[in-house]
Design a protein around this ligand. Structure first.
Ligand code: PLP
Length: 415
């Protein structure tokens, strides 16, 4: 079988996630994945194991403690391999919002009065507010606005905004409302010609394929592990040459010991160790689909990413087509996924009923979704959508199947 013919075995995938057999969640079609995803059995097992045998203070010389520390180190190493980073470029924090706030505080160091920071109006607030707040340090904030006709961030508009005063650009790799994948590699190339540091928000991107941060060329990149099949933690990558010179925000004696210098405290031990379960799940996915062994984790991840992308495209396009063809629905973002140009994070509003009412009708039919502004309220404001009622968001991931899509379209037709 050629690589192009291999399809994601979604039944195998679903068998790895206990939620699909749990009495409470069993009969639901789950479409709130951009909010938070289910976890595979490996993660639950790792968490249970840690709590049972190694829930002691790590890095001492007795065996339970040694093993605790080893698991935490291994989890970090595996994730570094998965996203093509070095181990000392990985930080684990409580959430992406916290990670970005902590980073913005540290990056004050490179800013002078009258320097400029570019933020977008397409991002989640987590990658806007911390940067906008730096205006208190005398910095000027510029906004890269998306095009209101196609909802895309246009590179030509960025080129007009960057100046020799620009120091930081905070931009999403994929908006949690619009769903388009922004060309982060190109954005970084343009920014770097002007020595601008790029902060990429990968929260809505990573659940659909882990990024290769070196290929993207991004300086800082963060995503929420609770949306990539793990516990409530978030990962931040920071380019070593920048990270090592950032001020120490941790205990004073840790000076110079990056990446531990950025966060004013350590991560949640048991949850960090349980991240090994995500790595194992992806290893198992690889073994299940491919006979041929690959030398590096990154190559395996690339192949799995492609399988996932093809599957998501297959299950999301019929829904996009359905929504796009309805006169009474306004679909946000692209109406078709082609060559990974969009995530299956699909937002819309109805011109007949409120988003809250609409979403409750879906819930009545055991379709788990919600209406909200999803903290991308600047994006909704720009689109002229009521930020309290928000949009209805259907967010799929690779464990959704065609039956989910068919059921949803049938229910939408009735509504
Ligand atoms: C695109 C995007 N960025 C950032 C965040 C914030 O992530 P966290 O909840 O980990 O702070 C979210 C959360 O929904 C998001 O969707």
């Amino acid at each position: 079988m050629t690589l192009e013919n291999i399809k994601l075995d979604v039944e195998y995938v679903r068998s790895q996630f206990p939620a699909f057999n749990d009495p409470l969640s069993k009969n639901w079609s789950f479409f709130e994945n951009a909010g938070g995803s289910y976890v595979p059995k490996n993660v639950i097992d790792r968490l249970t194991e840690f709590m049972t045998s190694t829930k002691v203070q790590p890095y001492a010389n007795y065996p339970m403690s040694k093993l605790a520390g080893e698991q935490m180190d291994n989890a970090t190493e595996y994730f570094a391999e998965m996203i093509n980073a070095k181990k000392n470029e990985i930080l684990i924090g409580g959430s992406t919002s916290i990670n970005l706030y902590v980073l913005s505080n540290a990056l004050k160091k490179i800013l002078d009065k009258n320097d400029e920071i570019i933020v977008t109006n397409q991002d989640h607030e987590a990658n806007i507010s911390p940067w906008r707040r730096l205006k208190n340090a005398g910095v000027k904030i510029k906004e890269w606005k998306f095009n209101l006709d196609n909802h895309e961030l246009e590179i030509k508009d960025l080129e007009k905004l960057i100046s020799n005063k620009t120091k930081i650009l905070a931009v999403t790799h994929c908006s949690n409302i619009v769903g388009s994948i922004n060309n982060l590699k190109k954005i970084c190339e343009i920014a770097h010609k002007n020595d601008v540091i790029v902060i990429g928000d990968g929260v809505s991107y990573a659940p659909h394929g882990f990024p290769d941060v070196k290929e993207l060329g991004v300086d800082f990149y963060t995503f929420s592990l609770y949306k990539t099949y793990g516990p409530h933690l978030a990962l931040m990558y920071g380019k070593e040459e920048i990270l090592k010179d950032l001020p120490n925000q941790n205990h004073e004696f840790l000076n110079g010991q990056y990446p531990y210098t950025l966060n004013p405290g350590g991560p949640n031990h048991e949850e960090l160790a349980s991240l090994i379960g995500i790595y194992e799940y992806f290893e198992n996915l690889y073994k299940h689909h491919f006979n041929q062994s690959e030398k590096t984790t990154l190559k395996k991840i690339n192949k799995i990413n492609n399988l996932i992308a093809k599957h998501e495209e297959m299950i999301a396009n019929p829904l996009l087509e359905y929504l796009n063809n309805r006169e009474d629905i306004k679909l946000i973002g692209k109406n078709k996924i082609k060559n990974k140009n969009r995530a299956p994070t699909i937002s819309f509003i109805s011109n007949k009923i409120s988003s809250e009412n609409f979403s409750n009708k879906l819930i009545d039919k055991k379709i788990a979704t919600r209406n909200d502004n999803f903290y991308a309220w600047r994006c909704l404001k720009a689109l002229g959508i009521n930020t309290n009622d928000g949009v209805i968001r259907i967010s799929m991931t690779h464990y959704n199947n065609m039956s989910d899509t068919e059921k949803l379209i049938k229910v939408l037709e009735k509504i």
